[in-house]
Design a protein around this ligand. Sequence first.
Ligand code: IPE
Ligand code: IPE
Ligand code: MG
Length: 279
Amino acid sequence: MWKKIFGGGKSTPAPDGDDLLSNLAVDRERMPRHIAIVMDGNGRWAKAQGRSRSAGHEAGARTLKRIVRAASNMGVEVLTVYAFSTENWKRPHREVDFLLNLFDSFLAKEISEIHAQNVRMRFLGRRDRFTDRFLQRMEDTEERTGHNTGMRFNLAANYGSQDEILRAVRSIAQRAAAGEITPEEIDETFFSNALDTAGDPPVDLFIRTSGDLRLSNFLLWQSAYAELYFTETHWPDFTPEELSRAIEDFAGRSRRFGGLDAHVAGKRKSGRRSRALCE
Ligand code: IPE
Ligand code: IPE
Ligand code: MG
């Protein structure tokens, strides 16, 4: 049952290290379906190099391009990355402007390749505060890639999980007030489908680069049972190889979801001693 996780068929050979992934084997059933990444540390990377924060963000965009391709080649079903939070508007105007222009040029440059990889791209977050040009770019991108059947790639921009939850609650409350739904209909699936990630499976593997051990308002509902992977590596230095290490680490973990390990539960059924332990 061990299969190489390098697959996908539609990928073109990557010039920058993705081929190393072909040496990696992970049981397909143990692959994370949904990987979320807090792409943190562009500023610290730049500082360590004696360069501007802008140079750090540009390097981060190059890393994102490589990671999207690698994740798609590995057969990841959903990749969600945190590009700009609802809190990031607190940064100096110059940096905010630089980031928004960078997203725009990233899309302009990369959309053809993303589309060629059969990746479906979608944006999470509030759609206010963006320029008309960028809004149009987002809509065009979603429309152009909307029928692709490969990896789903979510870019969270002007995203905050608490804001997303509140928007969902408000829209559900409005539908209930209008008599379209009853409160009993609101279960976990219903609520999940009211979020920006509607239709996606929950986050399995939550990665944060650059050493800080926090969630920073990213995918709080969706990550209820996510496995967390923190690395000191600054985002611009994050490689497909480190992504595969994170996946291997994930594949080795015991996910119990509040239950018991499968093999412990199995032993308990067959052995007297373990039954005694259970009592
Ligand atoms: C992440 O890098 C990118 C964004 C938040 C947009 P940072 O800019 O937060 O980098 P550090 O945390 O200052 O190193
Ligand atoms: C989280 O990083 C947001 C993104 C990566 C887009 P921040 O750098 O904004 O997070 P804090 O401020 O350290 O929590
Ligand atoms: Mg940061």
